[in-house]
Design a protein around this ligand. Structure first.
Ligand SMILES: Nc1nc2c(ncn2[C@@H]2O[C@H](COP(=O)(O)OP(=O)(O)OP(=O)(O)O)[C@@H](O)[C@H]2O)c(=O)[nH]1
Length: 247
């Protein structure tokens, strides 16, 4: 509906509604004159047209504006329901929903997909040393990196405070490892300026892959990737590890 309004143009719609209102008023006046059997009068026509000429454009302009605002608010609210406000990535709930869809599609078409879980390293230290705002700036920077560099067909979400997850459709283990390597490098290359100070950050990654012959559900896959992530943390961080069951 909003698209229709923008396509036709608000002014044209207002003019159209006003013309219809005037025609209706004049038509009604004509019918009434017929019923009341009064002498046909042009001045009565003019009087009938005056009110819609003034009221119809003002009222329709206002109502169309109100309608557009309501639609805009509705769109913003449905966006808020799906996206994390800080990073612009899918929130946990929306991510899991999309991941579930990919899981079903991969099962149906017997394809393999990668599941990658990433956690920013020593994030508590960043908050403690530079403040919560700096922590937020890093999270936002990571969101920008993902939005800029990750394929549209991949599914990315913020699934926890400083934990992110990715579903890579039609992707093998070897390809998921290349993805992880590139992502780690891209994160390490980032520089965030906070209060004139440059802050670098790193991340750790856990990977698993869903094969058509396995029957692991999404929450199992994320759990396996999470376990691999903790291995990467124990191994010193800024690296990736593959889930135990794939080795
Ligand atoms: N600024 C900011 N901090 C957050 C947000 N969500 C979670 N955090 C913080 O992230 C920190 C996570 O700390 P830990 O779980 O100890 O992990 P870490 O310090 O990154 O250490 P490792 O993961 O082991 O490398 C906590 O201090 C949380 O308060 C957020 O939205 N903004």
């Amino acid at each position: 509906m909003r698209k229709v309004i923008y396509k036709i143009g608000r002014i044209r719609i207002v003019v159209l509604i006003s013309v219809i209102a005037v025609l209706l008023a004049v038509g009604l006046n004509y019918i009434l004159q017929q019923f009341q059997e009064v002498t046909f009068s042009y001045s009565s026509f003019l009087r009938a047209a005056v009110i819609p000429i003034i009221v119809a454009p003002l009222l329709s302009w206002y109502l169309i504006g109100l309608f557009l605002r309501v639609i805009e608010l509705e769109e913003t609210m449905s966006e808020w329901a799906l996206f994390d406000q800080l990073t612009g990535l899918l929130n946990r709930r929306a991510f899991l929903h999309r991941a579930e869809q990919e899981y079903r599609s991969a099962k149906r078409y017997e394809t393999t997909f990668g599941v990658v879980v990433l956690d920013l390293d020593y994030f508590k230290n960043i908050n403690d040393q530079h403040g919560h705002m700096a922590g937020d700036a890093i999270l936002k920077d990571f969101g920008d990196l993902v939005l800029e560099q990750i394929r549209q067909s991949d599914i990315s979400g913020r699934i926890g405070g400083e934990e992110f997850a990715f579903i890579l459709p039609n992707t093998t283990l070897a390809q998921s490892q290349v993805f992880a390597e590139k992502l780690l490098q891209a994160v390490a290359d980032r520089q965030v300026m906070i209060d004139g100070q440059t802050i670098n950050y790193t991340a750790s990654i856990g990977i698993t892959v869903s094969f058509p012959e396995n029957d692991f559900k999404i929450h199992n896959l994320i759990h396996h990737a999470d376990q691999a992530l903790y291995k990467a943390k124990s191994a010193g961080r800024n690296c990736y590890k593959v889930a135990e069951n794939l080795l």
